[in-house]
Write a protein that binds this ligand. Structure first.
Ligand code: TYM
Length: 344
């Protein structure tokens, strides 16, 4: 049975990359799949406290990501929206996967290397095991499709490796328990469309990121019209006019990025966008992009602000979602315990 799972960390500054690479896809997938969308608070604490901001910030950011989900159009009555730490099975299955996965696999993860930086000895053990918890998130729901941005590709490949090794290591027991020849599915990553890797507005070779010290590098979902206009006006470009064909974007990362953003926000192909703006000046294109971005993001930002002003509603959505998540996760975790030989 197909099922979608994806997660977003509550680490502040939700931006256009998160929206186009992930949340917009979440909204689209609701039409054809049963979806489970998770605010991954347990992943947030893998980084230093100075990064995730401590308990009060975590509460605020968990509510803010939930508000973004709802404001973007995720329907929590038809799909499951919850925060990870509420469903104990995530931690339980992650432990099992810590014993299935190999240290070498974790050491190879580029996100770990980036986030740990030079002082690897001083990174949290949780940061190293991060992908194991992510595999648990996905496989607890036996999710078949996972919409994410390009930066999560390696983690999804690892999730398949973990599922495969579990299926192999315990093949006999899986069969004995009546689950046939594979217990966990091999999950498909869904990394599609023109904005799977939205780049910084200040440097077209760097990913747009929550942690970039320059707020001018990203468009936040809660930015108002003037801020969006100012950030796009200041966005780095090159001196050439826009090309008329997609091939002309090669070697022009900033132009490529802005055209990709326009395409994703408007639901048009990049070629089509260049058909309209190719040959013209960046200033004309940037003002059209500003109007489009304000048109698409303005209502979401406004609705987010309205929703976070009423935390009781958000908290009720998360509590109800967690109950429904647990109803799916608990039988899967129980089966894992039986497969492993954990008496219960
Ligand atoms: P996180 O919280 O860093 O980002 C949330 C989603 O946004 C995507 N994204 C981007 N897409 C395009 N361009 C960008 N510049 C950009 N920046 C971020 C991310 O790819 C992601 O889809 N490990 C995950 C959270 C997670 C998860 C999971 C995802 C935990 N468990 C299970 C899927 C399934 C993360 O750190 O995302």
């Amino acid at each position: 049975e197909p099922r979608v799972f994806s997660g977003v960390q509550p680490t502040g500054n939700l931006h256009l990359g998160n929206y186009l690479g992930a949340i917009l896809k979440f909204v689209e997938m609701q039409k054809s799949f049963d979806c489970v969308y998770c605010v991954v608070d347990m992943h947030a604490i893998t980084q230093p406290i100075s990064v995730w901001g401590g308990p009060k910030e975590l509460v605020r950011n968990t509510r803010e990501v939930t508000a973004a989900f709802l404001a973007a159009g995720i329907d929590p009555t038809r799909h499951v929206v919850f925060n990870q730490s509420r469903v104990d099975q995530h931690a339980e299955l992650a432990w099992v996967f810590n014993c299935v996965a190999r240290i070498g696999w974790m050491n190879r993860m580029t996100q770990f290397k980036d986030k740990a930086g030079k002082d690897r000895e001083n990174a949290s053990l949780g940061l190293l095991a991060y992908p194991s918890l992510m595999a648990a998130d996905i496989l607890l729901y036996k999710a078949t499709h996972v919409p994410v941005g390009e930066d999560q590709k390696q983690h999804l490949e690892l999730t398949r490796d973990i599922a495969q090794k579990f299926n192999n290591d315990f093949a006999e027991s899986i069969a004995e328990q009546g689950f046939g020849d594979a217990f966990f599915p091999l999950t498909e990553p869904l990394i599609q469309g023109p904005a799977t890797r939205v780049m910084s507005l200040r440097d077209g070779t760097k990913k747009m990121s929550k942690s970039d010290p320059s707020d001018l590098s990203r468009i936040n979902l809660t930015d108002d019209r003037d801020t969006i206009a100012q950030k796009l006006r200041k966005a780095k470009t090159d001196p050439e006019p826009l090309p008329s064909e997609v091939e002309g974007l090669a070697g022009r990362p900033e132009a490529d990025n802005l055209v990709g953003i326009y395409a994703a926000l408007s639901g048009r192909a990049a070629a089509d966008v260049l058909g309209e703006f190719g040959g013209g000046q960046f200033s004309t294109f940037k003002s059209a992009l500003t109007d489009l971005a304000v048109d698409k993001l303005g209502p979401i930002g406004g609705e987010m602000k309205r929703l976070v002003a009423d935390p009781a509603h958000i908290d009720a959505v998360l509590a109800a979602g967690a109950d429904r998540a647990r109803a799916i996760a608990a039988p899967v975790m129980n089966a894992v315990k039986d497969i492993l030989g954990f008496l219960r």
